[in-house]
Design a protein around this ligand. Structure first.
Ligand code: GDP
Ligand code: MG
Length: 166
């Protein structure tokens, strides 16, 4: 099995950290400044069962500089060409305007969208169901998977769920 996976979400939720973790190499630039990673960064994960190509998409997430119609079209077409979309959020923060801006771009897209609740190392487990529910109210996610990209928690499980969709 093989396929393409796009990583999307507002700045600072841990997209690059996740990509670096799964690829096991520092290929994306990690930073608190969302503008640092300008271009698509691809990482390939190969194991016995599958090959997964991950695409980090840093540029789409800036409501302050909303994309023009053309750019938006290009971004959306990219989404249609992938097998799984990972919508990454910070479980440590409430859903906000920037999260919704990215979610709006996914409306009507036929690709399975996973809710990846990152930074669970900063969240009390008892609070997790409520957080998941608040996102599920906004979008019909194919899966909701809590992880810590920084510490590696549950990342293997996420990769297994992605494999099921390839
Ligand atoms: P991006 O803008 O979405 O690509 O976010 P980055 O990967 O650059 O991460 C933004 C900040 O969040 C950095 O300071 C990371 O170290 C931090 N971060 C990323 N993942 C986690 C996580 O799972 N837990 C915690 N506590 N911090 C994280
Ligand atoms: Mg990044």
């Amino acid at each position: 099995k093989s396929g393409f996976i796009s990583i999307i979400g507002r700045p600072n939720v841990g997209k690059s950290t996740f990509l670096n973790r799964v690829v096991g190499q520092k290929i994306a630039i990690m930073s608190d400044k969302p503008q640092t990673t300008r271009n698509k960064v691809q990482g390939v994960v190969t194991n016995e069962n599958s090959q997964m190509v991950f695409i980090d998409t840093p540029g789409i997430n800036e409501p302050k500089h909303k994309l023009g119609d053309f750019m938006l079209k290009v971004a959306k077409n990219t989404f249609r060409e992938v097998d799984v979309l990972l919508f990454v959020v910070s479980a440590a923060d409430r859903i906000g305007k920037q999260d919704r801006y990215v979610l709006d771009m996914l409306k009507g897209i036929d690709v399975p969208v996973f809710l990846v609740l990152n930074k669970i190392d900063q969240v009390h487990p008892d609070n997790l169901p409520k957080i998941v529910e608040s996102y599920r109210n906004e979008f019909d996610f194919a899966e909701a998977i809590p992880i810590s990209a920084l510490q590696g928690n549950n990342v293997e499980n996420l990769l297994a769920k992605i494999e099921e969709r390839l």
